[in-house]
Design a binder for this molecule. Structure first.
Ligand code: FMN
Length: 331
């Protein structure tokens, strides 16, 4: 009743628009402060920032390795990698993938410089001195290699159109429990998603406990018409610590989208149907959501995935696609 009366007040629409604008501006400002607080070069140094910077610098270095006839390269990248490894030691950070990759890269770099007889250069000596104590690490492939068409071209001869056309968003699922082996397979397929400068800033969380499932159901606004009886949930996030300048303020969202699509397709290839659930929540709600699920502060929630094995029959919307020339044009 009161709502009906309020709606009749002259200027009601303008009032609503004004209110929405204030809300919008508030959350955009929070996005901005969040980025400034957590991006790669914000203070203080965290392990995540070091990890992403190592990946970033190694990616740039690998491009130097990929040049067919290289000239000496990468001194600034080498310096940053050495700085980051020194910070690992200073802060007693545990040895991890990035640490091993960084040491592997430095060794490859020395090897290449020796092959090319560039051993009188400053960068060669910087690396040589840094590796003098022979720190232990696990070798990881790094650098560049020749990728032969004959070795992969047969693997592209699949009916991909048929495969992607058979994926549809599914909102009710069979009662079969998700097999951990299938989850691992799907995650391993998603890891192959390309990311900007190979920084791999996305995480996939499997929401296992009943308590946490209830959190998903509380915050997932788009779960309205679902049959949640057999629903399983994943949350896909990205870490702002991976982003290094203003042009990357939306990079995480885009990369999470790519990971999500590969994940959803991977699930589909394993007989698991899914549906993305948009995380259309306010900034404040996102903070609470992360706290409940014990997700790191510097991560942002990209999307929720609900899924389960396909049932024999599922009722789904047509979701017809626009004609091709509404999407595709030439300029
Ligand atoms: C990022 C994203 C968010 C989505 N959020 C929801 C949602 O909250 N609730 C829902 O029922 N469907 C959601 N969907 C599913 C879309 O409605 C669906 O993908 C679209 O209608 C196309 O249908 P199809 O997936 O069957 O091809 C979402 C899809 C995407 C990609």
């Amino acid at each position: 009743m009161i709502k009906k009366i309020i709606k009749k007040i002259p200027g009601y629409v303008n009032l609503i628009q004004f209110y929405n604008r204030i809300k919008l501006e508030k959350d955009f400002k929070r996005d901005k402060s969040f980025f400034l607080k957590h991006y790669m070069y914000s203070k203080p140094i965290t392990k995540e920032k070091l990890q992403y910077e190592i990946l970033f610098e190694i990616h740039k270095l690998e491009k130097g390795f990929s040049v067919i006839n290289p000239r000496p390269f990468g001194i600034d990248k080498i310096k940053k990698i050495i700085f980051n490894l020194t910070e690992y030691k200073k802060n007693n950070y545990e040895i991890d993938f990035e640490y091993n990759l960084a040491y592997s890269a430095l060794h490859e770099y020395l090897k290449l410089y020796e092959e090319k007889k560039w051993i009188d250069r400053e960068e060669y000596h910087l690396v040589k001195d840094f590796l003098r104590d022979k720190p232990s690490f696990n070798k990881i492939p790094v650098g560049a290699f020749d990728y032969y068409k004959k070795d992969f071209i047969n693997d592209t001869k699949i009916d991909y159109d048929k495969f992607i056309s058979s994926r549809r968003s599914i909102r009710n699922f069979s009662s079969k429990k998700l097999d951990e082996k299938d989850i691992i397979k799907a995650i391993n397929m998603s890891i192959k998603t390309p990311t900007a400068c190979n920084r791999q800033m996305c995480k996939i969380y499997y929401i296992e406990s009943e308590k946490n499932k209830k959190i998903i159901e509380k915050y997932g606004q788009g779960l309205g018409l679902f049959d949640l009886k057999n629903a399983n949930y994943f949350v896909i996030t990205f870490d702002i610590s991976a982003n290094y300048f203003i042009g990357e303020r939306n990079q995480g969202w885009f990369n999470a989208g790519l990971v999500t699509m590969n994940f959803v397709n991977a699930l589909h290839s394993l007989g698991i149907g899914s549906c993305c659930i948009q995380f259309g929540n306010s900034f404040k709600e996102e903070i609470d959501f992360k706290k409940y699920l014990n997700i790191k502060e510097s991560e942002r929630i990209a999307v929720i995935i609900t899924c389960g094995y396909y049932d024999n029959v599922m009722r789904i919307p047509y979701s017809s696609r626009k004609p091709i020339y509404d999407v595709y044009s030439k300029r």
